[in-house]
Design a protein around this ligand. Structure first.
Ligand SMILES: CSC[C@@H](O)[C@@H](O)C(=O)COP(=O)(O)O
Length: 346
């Protein structure tokens, strides 16, 4: 499996943003061609691009799409426009801190261009977006190397949602060791939770790992306990949308249940987290905003009605796994106990 064979969620080419429409996977591989900032906002909100790092990357390109046709005549005017566009994109989804991290980085880049001509500022914003995407690939690869030191050939590993190549520039975060292990001739046995209600595990993780030739088995979310009790799983690795300063972790709904099961079975529970997902300004998981998504994701989940018309629905898209359930948080800088995550950015 070469890198070029991995599914790529977004590419900048021909002066536009090509986005792999993840709502159509695994059946259709269709790249959207985005040229307007509103299209990027919509794509993020409607999960055509999803996964914390990929959302951040898309938003960074979105700011460029917003300012590139601007007729601003001064640095101050283009800076004001860039800020307004970044603030608009920040309203697309609330939980993944990578979105705000990437937008802040674009704003900081604009600030560093102070006094320059608007055309130069525009070019700098595009360069920063490209750089964020380039860096993310290296970050994911390093997270994979660090995770591999915690695993051994032949073991079973359970994962949840899609913390994969489709959520990042390449490799994924929690899936990076699966790709690297494959390249080294290891035989990890991956169990992918289907991840109700939007099925990122079934539609995306199962697809990308299958394409890569990784030994992947799809299970329903409610089978994780059974699989663990049968001794098929020796480690759990999940991604994250935001790590709070005390080591609590927000990730796709259902992650907390998996962590509780892992603890009950004495199975190590690892969180793969790029530094861009670590939010030391948020003290604990209780302060992380949790997105609630439309009821139809549950009532009409598989394209047909599966619940009574008018039923009351609660659909939080993420949950919080308390630090006490987490064995280690694995970043590109190293491996941390959750309570020591504050050291990761030093
Ligand atoms: C490396 S991606 C980590 C997380 O973003 C991922 O596990 C997740 O929860 C994605 O949720 P999604 O709603 O599909 O954007």
């Amino acid at each position: 499996m070469t890198l070029s064979e991995q599914l790529v969620p977004l590419k900048w080419a021909d002066d536009r943003l090509y986005l792999l429409d993840q709502t159509r996977l695994p059946v259709e591989t269709i790249y959207l061609e985005l040229t307007k900032i509103k299209e990027v906002w919509d794509a993020i909100r409607h999960l055509q691009v999803r996964g914390a790092p990929a959302i951040g990357m898309a938003a960074a390109y979105g700011v460029y799409l917003g300012i590139r046709g601007s007729e601003a005549a001064s640095y101050e005017a283009i800076q004001a426009e860039a800020t307004e566009h970044a603030d608009y994109l920040a309203t697309s989804r609330p939980t993944a801190v990578n979105l705000f991290w990437a937008l802040d980085r674009i704003k900081e880049r604009v600030a560093r261009e102070a006094g320059k001509a608007p055309e130069e500022v525009k070019a700098a914003v595009l360069e920063e977006a490209l750089e964020i995407q380039r860096e993310d690939e290296a970050v994911c690869k390093q997270i994979g190397e660090n995770l591999l030191t915690l695993l051994e050939d032949g073991i079973g590993v359970l994962t949840h949602c899609n913390p994969g190549a489709l959520a990042t520039a390449a490799y994924g975060t929690a899936t990076a060791p699966f790709y690297l292990a494959k390249q080294r001739g290891w035989n990890l046995k991956v169990y992918a939770d289907e991840t109700r209600p939007v099925l990122q595990g079934a539609r995306l993780t199962a697809l990308e790992l299958q394409k890569a030739g990784v030994d992947v088995t799809l299970i329903c979310d409610n089978m994780a306990g059974m699989v663990m009790s049968q001794g098929k799983v020796q480690a759990v690795i999940v991604g994250t949308d935001r790590v709070a300063a005390n080591g609590d972790v927000a990730n796709k709904i259902g992650t907390y249940s998996v962590a509780v099961l892992a603890k009950a079975h004495n199975i190590p529970f690892y969180v793969a987290a790029p530094l861009s997902s670590i939010d030391l300004n948020t003290p604990t998981g209780a302060e992380i905003p949790i997105e609630e998504r439309p009821a139809e994701e549950i009532t009409h989940g598989l394209g047909k009605q599966v619940a009574p018309t008018g039923i009351k629905v609660y659909n939080p898209a993420f949950d919080i796994t308390p630090a006490s359930y987490i064995t280690a948080i694995v970043t590109e800088n190293g491996i941390y106990k959750p309570e020591e995550i504050g050291n990761s950015k030093k």
